[in-house]
Design a binder for this molecule. Structure first.
Ligand code: GH3
Ligand code: MG
Ligand code: MG
Length: 348
């Protein structure tokens, strides 16, 4: 089995190594997106990608930032309908699965070198089936081939495998971090809209199955435009951060908070009936009202922030996530119409 694979692997391996060495040379982080860009560059299969990189290298400094890599990845490698965040998150998650598999393989190998010999083909084949992204496949092969080379050298096997394992752990950590970052709202630090959508799918499926309660609070800062107009955008941003932090501090356990967009937030409350969600909403509303935004130096109160909230309970029989959100949204609208700074439940 190994001999069948050897021929194509040598070319692939050379390319993988070439890509990795360019990345090391130019201090490019070993993320899946970056690896993908440089693997294709070495392969030369996307002519315009190479052209653009070559022009870039000629014209500008030698620093190739993650932004440049993401830009290139989006322009030449991902399908057109994917946005940047999705692309990064997709690549990272894919790579994490792969790395998890590789870790398992390396762990098995470091146990018993005799059985290792017999198992390697099976593992490589199993991995190839699971990994669909060609760039990641090469990354996996590269790491496994390194393990094979170490095995063949026959010396200090255990400690070298440990070293490999350590590298993979580090790579996995940095990928996990990248994935977490792609789910976070950059300004407030709470989850972003994309993470909310994922969570909504997850929790509504869970509520349908378990018949448990699930409630949603839609939250909108009152007269937020006035803050921007009166104090400027930067103070506006501080208000957003402060509201995000208060919301985050107000929830517990499996509750989930996200910035829905602009000055709107959403809170998901699993295992919470409507009456409970109204209490949580009211507590949040009061806490925000009591949190005064003060001037850093003088301590003067510069703004009093209030929020309006709409509350809805998920109805498994007839709710899509969109309907669920719109019922909470309608309740929020009624809070606004009723004079703001209040909590309103959905109307039936
Ligand atoms: P209402 O009580 O009816 O919700 O009034 P409002 O002024 O809060 O609502 P409106 O939708 O008219 O205005 C929202 C404002 O939020 C307008 C927009 O400039 C501001 N905004 C959205 N995102 C950001 C942001 O990231 N930073 C800052 N500083 N302002 C933002
Ligand atoms: Mg709004
Ligand atoms: Mg508003």
């Amino acid at each position: 089995m190994m001999s069948n694979m050897k021929k194509p692997e040598s070319l692939i391996l050379r390319r993988a190594k070439a890509a990795l060495s360019i990345m090391v040379e130019r201090a490019v982080e070993p993320t899946p997106v970056n690896y993908s860009v440089w693997y294709h560059y070495v392969t030369g299969d996307i002519k315009n990608l190479n052209k653009e990189i070559d022009t870039f290298l000629k014209k500008r400094s030698l620093t190739i930032t993650d932004d440049v890599n993401i830009y290139l990845y989006n322009k030449y490698i991902t399908p057109a309908d994917k946005n940047e965040e999705e692309a990064v998150s997709h690549a990272s998650q894919n790579a994490q699965t792969v790395l998890g598999e590789i870790m398992g393989v390396i762990d098995k190998f470091s146990g018993d070198t005799q059985t290792y010999n017999n198992q390697i083909d099976t593992h490589v084949n199993d991995l190839s089936k699971k990994i669909t992204d060609p760039a990641l496949k090469e990354m996996a092969r590269e790491i496994i081939s390194r393990a094979v080379a170490i095995r063949d050298s026959g010396t200090a096997l255990h400690s070298k495998l440990e070293e490999s394992r350590h590298e993979v752990v580090q790579l996995k950590d940095s990928l996990e971090k990248a994935t977490t970052e792609s789910h976070r709202d950059f300004l407030t630090g709470v989850s972003n809209r994309k993470a909310l959508e994922k969570k909504l799918d997850e929790l509504t499926a869970w509520a349908r199955e378990s018949k448990a309660d699930l409630c949603l609070l839609m939250i909108d800062i009152d007269h937020f435009k006035r803050f921007n107009d009166k104090f400027g955008h930067l103070v506006g941003d501080e208000v957003l951060k402060s509201v995000g932090a208060t919301l985050f501090d107000s929830i517990k356990g499996k509750d989930f908070v996200a910035r829905y967009g602009g000055e709107e937030f959403a809170v998901l409350l699993p295992n919470t009936p409507l009456a409970g969600a109204l209490i949580v909403g009211e507590n949040i509303r009061r806490t925000i009202q009591e949190t005064k935004l003060t001037h850093k130096d003088t301590g003067d109160v510069i703004a009093e922030v209030t929020i309006s909230i709409g509350v809805a309970r998920y109805r498994p029989e007839h709710d899509s996530t969109a309907v669920f959100i719109s019922r909470a949204d309608n309740a929020l609208y009624r809070s606004k119409m009723g004079g703001r700074n209040r909590v309103t439940q959905e109307s039936f």
